[in-house]
Write a new protein. Structure first.
Length: 514
């Protein structure tokens, strides 16, 4: 009898505790906004004060509008964690911390701490190596007057063309959850205009998403053999899409989407042959996705101290579409794509991620433009150091005449000319030892010894180890944690093991990410 009383008491207490927890409400939400630089940095105090004074601190409304809770809501700790991720994804905060301050009288006060990054810029962008280059100058603000809006002017010169452009983005159009983006690029050989309006799945609890995109471009494109253009042609392209998504579940997310895609490509010769065939696609598409979001926080993997939100859950998506002649399509091809990815963490030190994808279409009972990719990534983390590696295997079959699988300095194989290797199958392996050395004037410094190896071959050939092209080198990394979109600067000194010339590869961001 005594045990029964104890059980009944524990059960009654547990029910009362659960009910009490459900009744805890959010009281006051305090937003504390921090300046970019503090007097504790190595930067002279007068410089700190000057930089902070000319910087527009992010508006409190911008912070509050991305919180997934408000005063009077039921307190749910999961929403605090997700709101942190949302604010970090804005990229103009170097620090985001949301905590429950105190609980009393059935209410909990919330404190939101954020620190700004520098977002106003007039600077240069560089990327290149082994005969391929991209140099640019950009000006604008990624957090215009602290409003969260993005305005950018740019001029970029590269091996193939010069480009001048303007981009504007409003992530919360008229205070809604809709994001608007307008982009215009003026090429030395054409131009491109694009507009996008989208209401995304901004949280794990969002049920509906929808959006649309239209674009029109004209420029000169090329096909390559051994790094040199084999043919050149004018490409006129019109494209657009619209979609509607319904999301179900919380721990296991299931998304169903209906979309319509339109693409028209016209090709005309310049002074060389052959050129691809014109085509027009009008596709009605149905897709289904399943995921198990599982976020963890890490540092010193792909950043130099910034918090990285890694999703180590499972994600898969299947898509099936059909061309509709009634809507202007050239044919009634059946398109498909499948993608599955899963990440793992072992012993809090080893991270792996594997992503397998395949896409293509069927026309007249024949499969065409089939492209399959398997990407495996492995990271081993040590204190302020990470061994990072990736292996990418790509295979193509019955590729369209404007489609190539290319390998060179522009897409993973440092030390070799861009577009140097072309075919229908490829293998690429990268290995880096990312060593963090320390910080000077808020800039993180690092050194990265690395090894790259890759090969491209055709369907009628066999893969041969002796045909792998490899390079070794060492790189310098600069971690700009206080600057928006300039987290890592990269300079790599590369030597190809095939006996080629020593070269320098440079750019922003690590050579690859998790």
């Amino acid at each position: 009898m005594g045990n029964l009383k104890k059980i009944l008491f524990i059960l009654a207490f547990s029910l009362a505790y659960i009910e009490c927890r459900c009744e805890v409400l959010i009281g006051e939400i305090e937003v504390r906004r921090g300046e970019i630089f503090t007097d504790s940095t190595d930067i002279p105090v007068w410089v700190v004060h000057m930089l902070n004074k000319i910087h527009f601190l992010t508006s409190e409304d911008v912070v509050r509008r991305d919180l997934l809770f408000k005063e009077g809501d039921i307190y749910e700790p999961e929403l605090l964690c997700e709101s942190e991720r949302n604010l970090r994804n804005l990229d103009f905060f170097s620090k985001v911390e949301i905590s429950a301050d105190k609980i009393s009288d059935g209410r909990v006060d919330i404190v939101v701490n954020v620190e700004d990054r520098w977002t106003t810029f007039l600077g240069f962008t560089t990327e290149g190596g082994s005969g391929w280059y991209e140099l640019g100058i950009m000006a604008g603000d990624y957090n215009l007057f602290g409003s969260g809006q993005w305005l950018e002017f740019s001029f970029v010169t590269e091996k193939e063309r010069n480009t001048g452009g303007i981009t504007f983005e409003e992530p919360r159009l008229f205070g809604s959850r809709c994001a608007f983006k307008a982009d215009y690029q003026n090429y030395s050989d054409g131009s491109e205009t694009a507009l996008k309006l989208e209401h995304p799945l901004y949280s794990l609890q969002t049920k509906w998403a929808y959006g649309g995109y239209i674009a029109k471009s004209k420029k000169i494109e090329r096909l390559y053999e051994e790094g040199e253009p084999s043919s050149e042609f004018n490409q006129n392209r019109k494209m657009g899409w619209m979609y509607l998504t319904r999301s179900f579940g919380e721990k296991i997310k299931t998304n169903l989407s209906l979309s319509y895609n339109f693409e028209e490509m016209n090709f005309t010769p310049t002074d060389s042959e052959p050129i691809p065939s014109d085509f027009k696609n009008s596709i009605l598409n149905l897709s289904s996705g399943v995921s198990t979001p599982n976020f963890i926080e890490e540092t010193f993997l792909d950043s130099y101290g910034d918090v990285e939100d890694l999703d180590i859950g499972l994600a898969g998506i299947f898509s099936l579409g059909r061309g509709l002649k009634i809507l202007g399509s050239d044919d009634e091809r059946i398109l498909f794509s499948v993608s599955i990815s899963k990440a793992f963490r072992f012993a809090n030190r080893v991270y792996t991620k594997n992503r397998i994808s395949i896409s293509g279409y069927f026309l007249e009972n024949t499969s065409r433009n089939i492209i399959g990719t398997d990407r495996f990534t492995l990271y081993i983390k040590l204190p302020r150091q990470a061994f990072a590696s990736r292996l990418i295997i790509t295979s193509g079959s019955r590729l369209d005449d404007h489609q190539q699988i290319l390998l060179g300095s522009h897409n993973g194989l440092r030390g070799y000319p861009a577009y140097r290797f072309a075919g229908t199958r490829s293998l690429l392996f990268n290995l880096e030892d990312r060593i963090y050395l320390g910080t000077i004037f808020t800039i993180g410094l690092g050194i990265v010894p690395f090894f790259d190896s890759g090969s491209v071959w055709s369907n009628n050939e066999n893969f041969r180890v002796e045909n792998m092209h490899s390079s070794i080198g060492v790189g310098i990394r600069f971690g700009f944690g206080k600057v928006y979109k300039a987290r890592i600067g990269r300079i790599d000194f590369v030597y190809p093991l095939d006996g080629g010339d020593f070269s320098i590869s440079f750019g922003s961001g690590h050579h690859f990410n998790f």
